[in-house]
Design a protein around this ligand. Structure first.
Ligand code: HGY
Ligand code: MN
Ligand code: MN
Length: 405
């Protein structure tokens, strides 16, 4: 099955026809459809399919027990109304790159695997990279079991409803011990490659980043009869905090986004009792991120005091800075340099990835494919066909260089 045929079959799964975006949330029907697609791709290529204890899907060529495997892949889940490329481009390109290597009659000296990591976006339960964090021992079973979605469904309930055992999850050091290198291809979530004019780039680092939930509690009351002076309105404090977040980011070169909010009771003619806002913030280094987070919370607490609003801040997700190992990074550069007439650009990113999580356990690297719009986490996310092909060729070259010595 060609890249285009794989893309064509995957494209409609979990796509919202009204927005054109994807709603592939962990352990939902759309997730199950994507998982079935992955297994079908593995089976159709005669690969050995495995589902690991954390719900990550693996498709093996060669004997996994031989060790020192070269692994590639990404994720198939999405953010709400996400784009088509974030995650799926890496998975489809992995199968296409394997097909390319078979067409080249490459002889593998190491096992190869393609992976679909579970729940990378954390769109439903709020924590990014659940599948890879569990496997790498960066998320305890207890903390995972406490994860709850907006409907009050816990992760164990969701996994069980989808036919998975939530009591078998946990660290998987034996599996990671089989992996010698993990290379993730991903659509660029920015315009650096568009500006340099290159179809493919190599990742240098991932900014430290996290998610904080701000709970603003005020006093529910009548919107029409409560004097302004008598109000304890959490919406006002929330709004002032959103502006403070933007100000802190602008002052420090960081980014800060309140992209998700829930209001109780959420009535047009009622002053809210509770406003919950989720902050996503990232910066080039930990010190800057700490300063931004501290500054935003300090401002929020000052506003809350002024309006008689109570504030609780909970960190729901955090990923420290990732510097991809120079050895594998430079090996990719050397492999790709051989083909091109100039070095492949090496660039940092503010986006988190499973490769970032796994970099604490095994040698990892990333390839980026040009996104001329620079837009991501949106239906407008895009990569040109020629660049997707260039990505597959680059991934095939890298996998051949690493696994077919
Ligand atoms: O949020 C991120 O950076 C990634 O898309 N999970
Ligand atoms: Mn994403
Ligand atoms: Mn992604």
């Amino acid at each position: 099955m060609t890249f285009h045929e794989m893309w064509r079959d995957l494209a409609p799964l979990g796509r919202d026809t009204a927005s054109g975006g994807y709603r592939r949330y962990a352990w939902t029907g759309a997730d199950a459809d994507c998982r079935a697609w992955f297994k079908q791709q593995a089976d159709s290529r005669g690969l050995t399919y495995e589902l690991d204890r954390n719900g990550n899907q693996w498709a093996w060529l060669g004997d996994p027990a031989a060790g020192d495997a070269v692994v590639t892949g990404s994720h198939l889940d999405s953010v709400p109304d996400g784009g088509a490329y974030d995650g799926p481009l890496g998975v489809v390109s992995s199968f296409a790159a394997l097909d390319e290597l078979r067409a080249r009659e490459a002889v593998f000296s190491r096992p190869l695997a393609i992976v679909n990591f579970a729940d990378e976006e954390g769109a439903r339960f709020g924590l990014a990279c659940v599948g890879s964090r569990l496997t790498a021992g960066q998320l305890t079973i207890e903390a995972a079991h406490r994860l709850t979605d907006g409907e009050g469904v816990t992760l164990p309930q969701a996994m069980e409803a989808a036919g998975y055992d939530p009591y078998g999850i946990g660290p998987d050091p034996e599996r990671l011990a089989r992996v010698g290198a993990f290379v993730e291809l991903h659509v660029e979530q920015g315009r650096a490659l568009d500006l340099t004019g290159d179809p493919v780039g190599i990742a240098s680092a991932i900014w430290p980043h996290g998610r904080w939930r701000y709970d603003f509690r005020g006093e529910a009351n009548h919107a029409g009869t409560t004097r302004i002076a008598d109000r304890r309105d959490p919406m006002l404090t929330y709004a002032e905090t959103v502006i403070a977040a933007r100000r802190e980011a602008e002052l420090t070169g960081a980014v800060a986004t309140f992209g998700k909010v829930s209001v109780e009771p959420n009535g047009v003619n009622a002053i809210p009792s509770l406003v919950r806002g989720w902050l996503d913030s990232r910066a080039a280094d930990q010190e800057t991120l700490d300063a931004v987070i501290t500054g935003i919370e300090k401002a929020a607490r000052a506003y809350a005091d002024r309006h008689g609003v109570d504030l609780d801040v909970v960190r729901e997700s955090f990923t420290p800075v990732v510097e991809f190992g120079h050895a594998l990074r430079d090996e990719l550069g050397a492999i790709l340099r051989g083909e091109a007439d100039r070095p492949v650009p090496v660039l940092g990113t503010g986006a988190g990835h499973d490769a970032g999580i796994l970099s604490a356990s095994i040698p990892t690297a990333m390839l980026f494919v040009r996104n001329p719009t620079g837009v991501s986490h949106s239906p407008a996310e895009f990569a040109a066909e020629d660049d997707c092909v260039a990505g597959v060729t680059a991934l095939a070259d890298v996998l051949e260089g690493l696994a077919c010595r």
